[in-house]
Design a protein around this ligand. Structure first.
Ligand code: GLC
Length: 712
């Protein structure tokens, strides 16, 4: 706690009127107003109902202008904006706040900088497959430099929602199904976004989301309920958010969902007891869009005023665009429904972040000059590196890949031409036309592309999901390859030529047919602005695929949720009838967590476990048995084989290391696994580390490992 800042907060609170205090809690989004006579919502309904055409809707939207509510701003009724993405507008609004309001409290500008601002890098699910915290931090830093140039102070990221159900479209926005991966990813992004000094002009506060366990929505249906034991919540979901607190994140966004019946937006146990009392978080909380108002839909609040009162009392500081706070809290305060203490706490949290960021001294961080550096070649080079490292080679029969540049290639699939599809979800700051398409990348690399499959020696099929098939409000009840995309593959397969699939998707897909019939599959996800150049480098072997999956690929949607860290059950699935399995689908996934091939191969040997004072030391030797230099992601999983309080997962990722190994050579790799990290929550919610047998699994993925036991 910075005593000087705390004194400044108290001094300002003393000067503020109740209306000005409530104004600080209001985050405004630029709303659309236009020549149309009806509300935006009604206009949408008119289009949905077919009362106006999509073209007419588009024309009317073209007449819309942004309403920045300047009069409310001048009156001290706005403390923040969401979605201001240019320096000129940010500086103009900031000038009103600083020079035309009574107390001159600066605004804090929030924006969704999820995987890049203008230089869009691979979607988080893709980037997590690099298993590379340093890379994640570097791309976070780059995003912060670009976004702060356009006036952004805070990003609504990282999203660290552990997601084990591939039906949920937002699995694209995080680091997959594993809590360690999400923890490391989130902490790296917090460091990258915020940098070393929050007062620096290129520092961007991280707003960790969605707190909490949004990735566990029932049936993978977005915004749905979340219901689980506290043990599971604390073991498998909360650690990734805690890791971001420990990394110094200055903001948190409560999730849309409830946890065990209490919506996160009004969940005092979550927002006060866990986040602040147990974890020591002292930054600000900002609701998700309209989430406070939606507590009425949840049924936990009778009306908007009650939702506002419950949210403030529960520990919500800022209201993102629902207007429940600004419309109701001043009256609720007068009526004694909320306390001045609760109001001062919320305002204090927000002022703390504004003081910490130096916004009072330097309110104008946006700079048209610094905007010039956005989408620079340097930034594109980093996006290229990230796209290469995020790709996962899933299949490569007879080492079809890499191809020579003299190979006659027929490139199939509209996704090969559609550069804008390469950004994936949440690329809201990026203009169109900035992505290198697959075709452009191949041509630039000197590929011999032919016009018909008849002329081809090899067919590259660019297929998968379009970017709007994942992300928010994009759950799919069937995660197989979209039918039109499967038709492209089948047509290419019928030519009898070798078919290498380049897969674009924002979630794990159920692709057993591809796995069986394609000759090669390169998982590219949605790789960002350098898509075409990255894929050309990988297809022609100028770069080596090194990525590994951070989500399980099921055989069929019916297996969802499907994840590697499952429990054994009393009747582990097997060939015998009365065991835990399906009649109509294999028990194993098509591709397991941690899986990924390369243009070389590796052999694991000599696994050893030593019991040291505070940790196990696990050692292994990895040999590059191929003809190309490689880089292997060595993974170490642990199973608590002797827990007596509750059943434990058959394995959990506890460590990994990315190791460069020249062709034909070996490297020794060792992991220190602290005893303190091997515990679990017992039946009374005590965190316990039990003595007894621990099994270690070490290998190149979660399924094919060497195994050894050790005793604690
Ligand atoms: C959305 C998303 C959230 C995003 C926010 C602001 O509804 O749930 O992730 O940060 O609104 O755009």
């Amino acid at each position: 706690m910075n005593e000087i800042i705390e004194q400044r907060i108290q001094k300002l609170l003393y000067q503020m009127t109740p209306e000005e205090k409530v104004g600080q809690l209001q985050q405004c989004g630029p709303s659309l107003v236009g020549a149309f006579e009806v509300s935006f919502e009604e206009l949408l309904n008119m289009m949905f109902d077919g009362r106006i055409s999509q073209e007419e809707f588009g024309r009317l939207m073209g007449t819309a202008k942004q309403d920045y509510h300047e009069e409310d701003l001048r009156a001290g009724r706005i403390g923040s904006y969401n979605g201001i993405g240019d320096a000129e507008t940010a500086n103009r609004l900031q000038k009103i706040a600083v020079e035309e309001t009574r107390l001159g409290i600066p605004l804090i500008f929030g924006y969704d900088v999820i995987h890049g601002f203008k230089t869009i890098t691979p979607i988080p699910l893709a980037e997590s497959c690099a298993f590379d915290p340093h890379l994640w931090e570097r791309t976070g830093r780059m995003a912060a430099r670009e976004a702060t140039a356009s006036g952004v102070h805070m990003t609504f990221a990282p999203m660290v929602d552990v997601a084990k159900d591939a039906r949920w479209g937002r699995v694209s926005e995080g680091a997959g199904e594993d809590v360690l991966m999400n923890s490391l990813y989130g902490a790296a992004k917090v460091r990258g976004f915020q940098g070393e000094d929050l007062t620096a002009e290129d520092a961007m506060a991280a707003c960790v989301k969605h707190f909490a366990a949004y990735g566990a929505v029932e049936a993978g249906r977005d915004y749905n309920r979340v219901d689980m034991s506290l043990q599971r919540l604390f073991e498998e979901y909360l650690p990734s958010y805690k890791a971001c607190v420990d990394a110094g994140a200055r903001a948190f966004m409560p999730a849309f969902n409830d946890i065990n019946g209490v919506p996160c937006s009004v969940n005092g146990w979550l927002l006060k007891k866990v986040l602040r009392e147990q974890w020591g978080f002292d930054g600000m909380t900002v609701s998700d869009a309209n989430a406070i108002a939606e507590c009425v839909n949840h049924g936990i609040a009778e009306d908007r005023r009650e939702a506002a009162v419950q949210a403030l009392e529960a520990g919500m500081d800022m209201d993102m665009t629902s207007n429940c706070f600004i419309e109701n809290l001043t009256e609720a305060l007068k009526d004694g429904e909320v306390s001045m203490e609760a109001l001062d706490r919320a305002v204090g949290d927000i002022l703390r972040v504004k003081f910490e960021m130096g916004l009072f001294e330097h309110p104008y961080r946006a700079s048209a000059e610094r905007e010039e550096a956005q989408l620079s070649q340097e930034n594109r080079a980093l996006a290229l590196e990230a796209a290469v490292k995020s790709a996962v080679l899933l299949k490569n029969e007879k080492e079809l890949l890499p191809l020579s540049k003299q190979t006659k290639i027929f490139l199939a699939g509209e996704l090969a031409e559609q550069g804008d599809e390469m950004t994936g979800a949440w690329a809201i700051g990026a203009p169109g036309g900035i992505c290198v398409s697959v075709r452009e990348g191949l041509i630039k690399a000197g590929a011999v592309l032919v016009d018909t499959s008849e002329e081809a020696e090899v067919i590259l099929a660019a297929i998968g999901e379009h970017k709007d098939q994942s992300g928010e409000a994009s759950s799919r009840a069937d995660i197989s390859l979209p039918a039109d995309q499967m038709e492209i593959f089948k047509a290419m397969k019928q030519t009898g030529k070798p078919v290498a699939v380049i897969l674009f998707n924002g979630r794990p897909l159920a692709i057993p047919e591809l796995a069986e019939q394609a000759d090669a599959i390169l998982e590219a996800w949605h790789p960002g602005v350098e898509a075409g150049n990255a894929l050309a480098a990988l297809v022609f072997g100028e770069a080596m695929p090194t990525g590994k999956l951070t989500t399980t690929f099921p055989y069929t949607t019916g297996q969802c949720p499907m994840y590697y860290a499952h429990i054994n059950t009393g009747r582990p699935g097997g060939r015998a009838k009365f065991t835990s399995k399906y009649l109509d689908t294999p028990l194993e996934p098509v591709y397991p967590f941690g899986y990924g091939l390369s243009y070389t191969s590796y052999e694991y040997s000599g696994l050893q476990a030593e019991e040291l004072e505070e940790a196990f030391r696990i050692s292994v030797t990895v040999k590059n048995t191929g003809s190309r230099d490689g880089e292997e992601i060595v993974q170490c999983y642990v199973q608590d084989a002797a827990a007596t309080g509750r059943v434990r997962p058959v394995r959990q990722l506890k460590a990994f290391e990315k190791v460069k190994i020249p062709a034909g050579e070996s490297r020794a790799v060792s992991f220190m696994i602290p005893y303190s990290g091997l515990g679990y929550y017992d039946r009374e919610m005590n965190y316990v580390v039990e003595e007894g047998e621990f099994r270690f699994y070490v290998g190149g993925d979660s399924a094919n490992c060497l195994e050894i036991s050790a005793q604690l």
